[in-house]
Design a protein around this ligand. Structure first.
Ligand SMILES: [Zn+2]
Length: 448
């Protein structure tokens, strides 16, 4: 099938009268200066779909439940207690229902693939389900139902803090040793093999949750698949690392392990300038989650130095408190503006900030999920069209329209979304939204 676009953002820049042919979920051809052919979908403005590099799907069900101030100072760590209580309540059906609507919302926002950092593995009492990959299968089912591209990242979690400290009771559903994790990984790979284009990476949860020996084992299990890990999100995590080994987390990791292009370090918020430059030079992707990092009070990523050193980044919705491609990119830029007290910090000199953010996050996001991004032959047929009839923005085109999407309109400007060549979103709404929303509501009623 074909899609004809009056204007489209290709890897080499904006082009007119672009015809894309899709075949078996991939872009089979890209031609510019072409008239539409019979049967083509005719669209005005197309941009590449975005990879969402970091999601914990079940946390979508917590949105709005952790915004009340407690008797003492609220921090990431008090939020985490709420999250653990919530994690203990989710069963397989709830996990699938929440993830399916979440993934539909991601598609509505312009995210066409997701890296699911999946750590809810076992039954509420901590014993494995009969099918050790029961909850991973529910994530795969939710991806299949919604149509979003999936990179499943089963999470290895064995300890409660640096140095192999014992885990807490609230972490019991997350825990595996290496042999059981290897079985979970094998089962996950089998489950995902039935979903076209999907892949499996793996994720040591953090340096708090895996020892040095376990990290070595996990890297061997991963091969060249994506490896994702939370790192340096919170100041207390830096302090705990220094107290344990005398080194900061990013320094510790980069000195011991071959971090490279198949790695994605999530957050990496608190880095010294040397760590920032060191991480950029590895070729790994920084998985930034600006809305969640703001919501949790994590801190501000050193984006300017990282970018100047050639660092690659993608964006993720992490806690899923809000879903938006534009909103994540906007928050990333606004945090930099507030920090530096300047404007247009992330843009290349003389360029559009919206364009710069989008181009970088499309490329970095696809790399982090182990795939290709952009409207190019061989990449997944992931396309987002913007609403050119919105009266507020109809006078804008190309980079000005991207800037308006990122800094003004947000999700309201997303019109159609194709993932792997299938149109899932029309007029800004996922085609199966009513059924998915009803299933979500029933799940939330059971959790209440
Ligand atoms: Zn996370």
């Amino acid at each position: 099938m074909g899609v004809h676009l009056r204007r489209a953002l290709l890897p080499e820049g904006w082009a007119s009268d672009v015809r894309l042919d899709f075949s078996e979920g991939l872009i089979a051809s890209v031609a510019t200066g072409q008239p539409p052919q019979d049967g083509d979908a005719r669209e005005a403005v197309g941009v590449p779909g975005m990879a969402n590099v970091h999601s914990h799907a079940f946390q979508r069900a917590m949105a709005g439940l952790a915004e009340q101030r407690g008797p003492s100072t609220d921090t990431f760590w008090t939020w985490r207690e709420t999250m653990y209580r919530f994690a203990l309540a989710m069963g397989p059906a709830e996990t699938e229902a929440v993830a399916a609507l979440l993934y539909a919302e991601m598609l509505e926002a312009g995210f066409t693939s997701v890296g699911e950092f999946h750590y809810l593995h076992h039954a509420p009492d901590g014993t494995p389900y009969h099918n050790i990959a029961e909850l991973a299968d529910r994530i795969v089912a939710a991806a299949a139902t919604s149509g979003i591209g999936l990179t499943l990242l089963p999470v290895f979690y064995a300890h409660g803090n640096f140095g192999g400290a014992a885990p807490s009771a609230g972490q019991r559903r997350f825990l595996n040793d290496i042999p059981r994790f290897a079985r979970l990984l094998d089962s996950s790979r089998l489950s995902v093999s039935f979903l076209p284009g999907a892949r499996v990476g793996l994720a040591p949860h953090s340096l708090r949750a895996a020892t040095e020996a376990e990290l070595s084992d996990l890297i061997a299990l991963a091969g060249d698949a994506p490896i994702h890990m939370h790192i340096a999100e919170q100041v207390r995590e830096i302090d705990d690392s220094l107290a344990w080994c005398g080194e900061r987390p990013v320094t510790w990791l980069l000195r011991r392990f071959p971090v490279g292009a198949n790695w994605c370090l999530i957050h990496a918020t608190h880095m010294t300038p040397d760590e920032t430059i060191g991480l950029a030079r590895t070729g790994a992707v920084a998985g930034l989650c600006p809305i969640t990092e703001g919501n949790l009070g994590d801190g501000i990523f050193p984006a300017r130095l990282f970018r100047n050193a050639g660092g690659a980044f993608g964006v993720g919705s992490d806690s899923n408190v809000q879903i938006g491609v534009a909103a994540e990119l906007r928050q990333l830029e606004y945090a930099q503006r507030l920090s530096h007290r300047e404007r247009n910090v992330v843009a290349e000199s003389g360029g559009s900030t919206g364009r710069s953010l989008l181009d970088s996050a499309v490329a970095g996001g696809a790399q982090a999920l182990g795939g290709q991004g952009g409207l190019r032959v061989g990449a997944p047929a992931d396309l987002v069209t913007l609403d050119s009839n919105n009266p507020l923005y109809a006078h804008l085109s190309d980079d000005r329209l991207l800037d308006a999407w990122v800094f003004s309109a947000g999700n309201a400007l997303v019109d159609g979304v194709w993932a792997r060549g299938v149109k899932r979103v029309e007029n800004g709404r996922h085609r199966d939204r009513p059924a998915l929303a009803a299933r979500f509501a029933a799940a939330m009623a059971r959790l209440a």
